[in-house]
Design a protein. Sequence first.
Length: 108
Amino acid sequence: MIRRTFRTLDRADKDFDDAIDYYLMHAGEPIAERFVNAISTAYAMIGENPEIGALRLGDAIGRPALRTWTVRGFPYVICYEVGPDSVAVWRVLHAQRDIPEHLLLTGG
C-alpha cells in the first residue's frame, strides 16, 4: 500500500468552519460535534483508501483525479484529489449546492 500525505486546502478548511458555525447556530453543539466526528471519520476513510471516492464529478469537470465522498449522516460532500504522494481535500460542500460550479469557480 502506498503511504500518501493527507492535507486539506485552505478553502476546504473554510468550508468546514462555515458548516460548524452553521450547526452551532442552528442545530446546537451536540449536532456540531457529530458533524466534526463524521468529517474526521470520512477523512480517516479517505486517508486509508484514497481510491474509495467516486470519479464521476471529476470526469464531468475535466479533473479526472478528483473524487467525491459523502459524509455519513450529513448532507456534505468531500471533494478531493489523489496524487502519487498525497491526498488533497479541495472542498467540503453541502450536497444541495451546485458542486461542479463551485469547483470550477474556485479552481478546487
